[in-house]
Design a protein around this ligand. Sequence first.
Ligand code: URA
Length: 217
Amino acid sequence: MIDQRVKVIDHPLAKVILTQLRDKNTKQIGFRKGLVKLGRLIGYELIKTMELEEIEVETPLLVKAKGYRIPDLNHIIIINVLRAATPLVEGLLKALPDAKQGIVAIKRIEEKPGIENITVQKFYVKIPSISNEDIVIVADPMLATGSTISAVIAEVLNVGKPKRLIVVSVIATEYGIRKILNNYPSTEIITVAIDPELNDHGYIIPGLGDAGDRAFG
Ligand code: URA
């Protein structure tokens, strides 16, 4: 763990699904389904970090029963970073069905090799209004150089300052994590794995290849 703002999901099923995603023999459908499953699982793990409020309900037998609610579930905004995040967001929505959604269409531009030379170009930004009660989740399966996600976080903070801002990824790098935490120190990061390297084109090594190409063909 880099620090307490970074959580690596330690669930056996997450490790198994990630292995399938890394495998070059996993086809488009299996890849997409794997991202959906991970999104659901990450969503459930995220819920564990939310406050559980005690309530009382009346059962059909007209007796009182102690129960719980999670108020934060009504204050979730998920930002879908097109296009690779789409299956991950589909999974997150299974765990967080009342979430509002925003979209940021953004692509990396590589003018010459070298991760310092990677820039990003935004095409479309649509983010719902954000209050200080909201939890904003920025979903992008690959947190590689951190350039894309930093640009997305800047757009989020232009709209409002949420109670929590959480980046959800499947594979991250220490380089990308450090960039985000340096640029935006109050950000939290949840990922399934932290891989050791980035190549000159900004791909994560060993990684899983181009997540968008593998999910969409
Ligand atoms: N985006 C991807 O899809 N894969 C990587 O390895 C890095 C960024």
